[in-house]
Design a protein around this ligand. Structure first.
Ligand code: NAD
Length: 255
C-alpha cells in the first residue's frame, strides 16, 4: 500500500459496484478517507464498512446523481462532515439496451441523459464550488475525474443516448478544466473500454468474447484496471495532466 493520498478526502459516485467499488478500495489503500456515494445505500454501507474493517476510513452516503436535489443534499452533508474535499470521481452511470432511432422512447432518452450527463454536471458544479472555497495545498485546490466511455469517442451501435451522453462528458470535462485550472483544480475524464462489471453481465458471452479478441491484450478490462487510472489522475504524480480524455482499454481502440 502506498500512502500518496494520506490525509486526503475522496468522493466516489457509483461506488457500490464495479469500477466505483474498485476505486473506493484503492483510494482507501492509498490513505484517503473515501466517501462512498451511491443510489444503493445498503450496498454502499457494506463497501464503507469493509474499507473500515481493513483499516481504512470511509463513510457511505446516499445520492441519486440524476436528481439535483439529491446531489445538493449529498454536498451539504460533505460540507458539514467531510470537507475539505480533495478528489472526486464522478463515475455513477447506467447502460441500456439497444434502441431503434425511429421510435426511440423519450423517457429512455431522458433517463440516460439525466444520469449519465446531467448527473456528472450536477456533481461537478458542486465540487467546483466547494473546492473553490477551500485553502489551496501546494497551489492545488482539488482534482476531479469524470467517467466517460469508449463510446465517448466511437459510437456504441443502437445507443445514441449513451453515446451522446458519454461524448458530452468529454466536453464538460474540458470546459471545467479550462475555466478552473488557473484556480488549481484539475479535471480529467477516463474512457474505459469494455470492463467486467455487473453493468455488462447481461451482454451475450459471444459479444464479450469478440471484444476480448479485438483487444491486443486478448482480455476485457477489470474494474481495478480503470480504478488505477482514476486514482492516479487524482494523485500528485498526475499534477501536470489536465483537461484530458484518458482511454483505458488495453489498446482496443487503436484499431
Ligand atoms: P456498475 O453497474 O457495476 O456500477 C454502477 C454503479 O452506479 C452502481 O453501484 C449503481 O448503483 C450506481 N448508480 C446507478 N445509477 C445511479 C444514480 N442515479 N445515482 C447514483 N448512483 C447510481 O457499472 P460500472 O461498469 O462500474 O460503470 C461505472 C461507470 O463506468 C459508468 O459511468 C459506466 O457508464 C462507465 N463505463 C463502464 C464500462 C463497462 O464496460 N463496464 C465501459 C465504459 C464506461
Amino acid at each position: 500500500m502506498s500512502d500518496e493520498l494520506y490525509g486526503k478526502t475522496a468522493l466516489v459516485t457509483g461506488a457500490a459496484s464495479g469500477i466505483g467499488l474498485a476505486a473506493s478500495e484503492l483510494f482507501a489503500d492509498q490513505g484517503a478517507t473515501v466517501i462512498v456515494a451511491d443510489i444503493n445505500l445498503a450496498i454502499a454501507q457494506e463497501v464503507a464498512s469493509n474499507i473500515v474493517a481493513n483499516g481504512g476510513q470511509s463513510k457511505a452516503l446516499y445520492v441519486d446523481v440524476g436528481d439535483p436535489v439529491s446531489v445538493a443534499s449529498l454536498f451539504s452533508q460533505i460540507r458539514r462532515q467531510c470537507s475539505p474535499l480533495d478528489a472526486a470521481f464522478n463515475n455513477a452511470g447506467i447502460s441500456d439496451s439497444q434502441c431503434s432511432w425511429i421510435d426511440f422512447p423519450l423517457e429512455q432518452w431522458q433517463r440516460m441523459v439525466d444520469i449519465n450527463l446531467n448527473g456528472v454536471f450536477y456533481c461537478l458544479r458542486e465540487e467546483l464550488q466547494l473546492m473553490n472555497e477551500q485553502q489551496a495545498v501546494d497551489g492545488l485546490l482539488g482534482q476531479i475525474v469524470n467517467t466517460s466511455s469508449g463510446a465517448g469517442l466511437i459510437p456504441a451501435p443502437g445507443q445514441p443516448h449513451y453515446t451522446a451522453a458519454k461524448h458530452a462528458v468529454l466536453g464538460l470535462t474540458r470546459s471545467a478544466a479550462q475555466d478552473f485550472s488557473h484556480k488549481g483544480i484539475r479535471v480529467n475524464s477516463i474512457l474505459p473500454g469494455l470492463t467486467e462489471t455487473p453493468m455488462i453481465e447481461s451482454q451475450p458471452q459471444s459479444m464479450l468474447d469478440t471484444f476480448a479478441k479485438m483487444s491486443p491484450t486478448g482480455r476485457l478490462g477489470q474494474p481495478i484496471d480503470i480504478a488505477r487510472v482514476a486514482v492516479w489522475l487524482c494523485s500528485p504524480a498526475a499534477q501536470w495532466v489536465n483537461g484530458q480524455a484518458i482511454v483505458a482499454d488495453g489498446g482496443g481502440l487503436m484499431h
